[in-house]
Design a protein around this ligand. Structure first.
Ligand SMILES: Cc1cc2nc3c(=O)[nH]c(=O)nc-3n(C[C@H](O)[C@H](O)[C@H](O)COP(=O)(O)OP(=O)(O)OC[C@H]3O[C@@H](n4cnc5c(N)ncnc54)[C@H](O)[C@@H]3O)c2cc1C
Length: 656
């Protein structure tokens, strides 16, 4: 249902954006022609030395940007080596090659250097044009100011407390997590009368309407009390819901009924662990389908799927309504997802930089290659302009080579006795080789069976089962937030819209960076979409979502974004054609590490060895890191797994 034409939405406007390969069929499963792959890879490789090479400032389609995944997909499809040509021997030799320049790979390089000494030679390869992996920085510059956004990893946060290792690294990087309240203006939006809202769309609920959100805490949008007392009453009056749905919603939020009488707390939890929250709502609580639709997308920011595929036990842990009268013991039940287990200590360990955890990645790079990110503190890193030209210098013991996809990692001889590993990588249309004493694969686990064929089949199977959760993190720079003020919205939960969440930027000012302070000032709006397919098993939803993200053009995404702005804040005077100044869509078909879920992973309920434990076993001179290695989509996991992987190879090195 489109009430706006392209001109009204501003589709033709000359906002800065790059959409290099929109015309190319990039669908998963569609074999990419070798010539496309070469062209794609050529776009950025070799340009890193130019002073104009500055990926954070690119807009348009970012995240897994065009050109970053073609070599890997060609490997997956079995076509890569047919067209690879002769290998080019770089004659380079390293103590360690790390595949993957995300937080895990960068941490691994640092941990290794600590053990092996400052002369240790380390090469980090990454297929993207920027370092940091999911920890991606988006910049928007105008004549007057630079605005920052997070293109992926949003903050230092974790459902469970950071380990000693992860905490120590954060501390060593100079980040004082406890100082966060000094930089965030928690009351900014409230001081202008802005609160979390829900947007009901007419296709699903019969009318486009923006209503106060009485459930903002569960959706993770804000700890603010939503417009204080009376929010529920206002919601019930204004929401475009049937009388029955209004009554059901009120009963759900305020009732104290025990829906599983006669069972002990453990027995109840065991039942709740095996049924989806949606099924619990409709079959046990007996609410109308309209109410189920209102809640459906609240779990997407945590799990990448809606409540159709998340257990009722996890919904209870997240604070969803319906459990107030069930006398559930406040201790985690068997099979709970770690995201759903509340932990006060972990909640207090929170820090958000304006570019998210890209600041952590940049601090790691500064520690490894000081001249690459000027400055001395965790505060000045915010405004520092990274110098990409020095990332890969011959005389530097640590080198980061971007636009380089590892395509083969092979022991030189029998893995049990080999003296080294050969790593082949695709870059700029050619395939190069380097030698290393050890290799750490800190890349996505699904890639590993395709690049490391020597691994045992059981391990390959476990690695392949770690297919990630697809996500879209969109940053939209707008001229001002007057329309948001007029409508009283600081964030919008839109359960059935293209993006399910739409938030004004977190108001953090730090290190000379000033957040938007007044409605008249420009700001970045952060939007989130998980392309899930409700009603199917979780992994199937992720696969289909991945296909959707790879095959949707930027133009389609842009039209959806503009239309969503027109519908949600248009009534407050927002004009998408004039008020949007830039759009960056961070496409992550391989997003969160897959976390185990009691509905779909029996072993998670029953106990025993988990696939990630099988997947991360060391193999000869190769060790395996990445957040996938802990099946836990958090930065602390990426760090912990790097530490373990380094421990494995250095133990082996010391033995030899
Ligand atoms: C949108 C989004 C939001 C998130 N928000 C948070 C958050 O707020 N807090 C939090 O703690 N965590 C968050 N996470 C989880 C995040 O994944 C981890 O925190 C962490 O950043 C993962 O780091 P990593 O190094 O393990 O993986 P990645 O960051 O994925 O890095 C792995 C790198 O390896 C590269 N690679 C893959 N194959 C190859 C190859 N063959 N050759 C070369 N390179 C290769 C990848 O392209 C990637 O750059 C978020 C994730 C996403 C996707």
């Amino acid at each position: 249902m489109n009430d706006w034409n392209d001109r009204e939405l501003g589709m033709g406007r000359g906002i800065t954006r790059r959409d290099f390969l929109n015309g190319v069929a990039l669908a998963v499963g569609a074999a990419v022609l070798p010539s496309d792959f070469l062209a794609a890879a050529d776009m950025q490789a070799g340009r890193e030395q130019s002073s104009e090479y500055y990926p954070p400032a690119l807009t348009g389609l970012r995240g897994s940007h065009p050109g970053s995944f073609d070599a890997a997909h060609s490997l997956r499809d079995g076509t890569f080596w047919d067209h690879a040509g002769a290998l080019v021997d770089t004659r380079e030799s390293y103590d360690l090659v790390v595949v993957g320049g995300g937080i895990s790979g960068l941490s691994a390089a640092l941990f290794y250097r600590k053990r092996a000494g400052s002369k240790a030679r380390v090469l980090i390869l990454d297929n993207h044009d920027d370092f940091g992996g999911h920890a991606k920085r988006n910049e928007f510059s105008s004549a007057h100011r630079t605005m920052l956004g997070f293109g992926g990893t949003f903050s230092i946060e974790s459902p469970a407390p950071y380990s000693v290792i992860a905490r120590s690294l954060i501390h060593e990087l100079g980040i004082d997590v406890a100082s966060y309240p000094r930089y965030v203006n928690e009351h900014l939006y409230r001081s202008f009368g802005l609160y979390p809202k829900i947007f009901f769309d007419k296709e699903t609920f019969g009318a486009d309407r923006l209503v106060v959100n009485p459930m903002a805490v569960v959706s993770g949008e804000s700890q603010d009390s939503p417009a204080g007392a009376g929010a529920l009453e206002r919601f019930l009056k204004e929401a475009p819901l049937s009388q029955q749905a209004v009554a059901d919603y009120e009963r759900l939020l305020t009732g104290k009924k025990d829906y599983l009488p006669g069972l002990s707390s453990d027995e109840k939890k065991a039942r709740l662990a095996r049924v989806s929250y949606n099924a619990f709502l409709s079959d046990t609580v007996g609410v109308s389908p309209e109410v189920v639709k209102v809640f459906q997308a609240l779990s997407q920011p945590s799990f990448g799927i809606g409540f159709d595929a998340v257990s009722a036990q996890d919904a209870w842990g997240l604070g969803a309504p319906g459990f107030a009268g069930m006398n559930l013991d406040p201790v985690p039940g068997k099979g709970m997802n770690r995201d759903a287990i509340p932990n006060e200590e972990a909640e207090n360990y929170f820090f958000h930089f304006p570019d998210g955890n890209a600041s952590i990645a940049r601090l790691l790079v500064r520690t490894l290659i000081p001249q690459a990110v000027p400055g001395h503190s965790a505060k000045d890193v915010i405004m520092a302009r990274a110098n990409y030209a020095v990332l890969d210098q011959e005389n530097s013991p640590i080198r980061i080579r971007l636009n380089s996809t590892a395509v083969r990692v092979k022991h030189q001889g029998d893995p049990a006795s080999a003296q080294g590993v050969e790593i082949a990588y695709a870059r700029g249309g050619k395939v190069y080789t380097v030698q290393a004493a050890h290799c750490i694969l800190a890349c996505w686990h699904v890639v590993i069976p395709h690049i490391c064929e020597q691994l045992p089949d059981k391990q390959k199977e476990a690695l392949s089962s770690a297919a990630k959760v697809p996500l879209l993190y969109t940053n939209v720079a707008i001229r001002n937030w007057k329309a948001f003020q007029k409508l009283g919205a600081s964030s919008v939960y839109a359960p059935s819209s293209y993006h399910s969440h739409m938030n004004l930027d977190v108001p953090v000012s730090i290190g000379g960076y000033e957040c938007s302070q007044k409605p008249e000032e420009p700001i970045v709006v952060h939007m989130m979409k998980t392309p899930c397919k409700p009603g199917r098993p979780a992994r199937e939803q992720h696969l289909l979502g991945r296909v959707e993200l790879f095959s949707t053009t930027f133009e389609t995404m842009e039209r959806n974004i503009r239309e969503q702005f027109a519908r949600v804040v248009g009534p407050g005077g927002f004009d998408p054609a004039n008020d949007i100044t830039a759009i960056t869509v961070n496409r992550w078909p391989h997003g969160y590490a897959y976390e185990y879920n009691s509905l779909w992973d029996k072993f998670w309920l029953e106990g025993g060895e988990t696939p990630c434990e099988v997947a991360r076993k060391p193999f000869g001179r190769i060790a395996i890191a990445n957040a996938d290695a802990g099946a836990y989509a958090y930065t602390d996991c990426a760090i912990d797994q790097a530490y373990r992987a380094v421990g494995e190879i250095t133990k082996r090195r010391d033995r030899n």
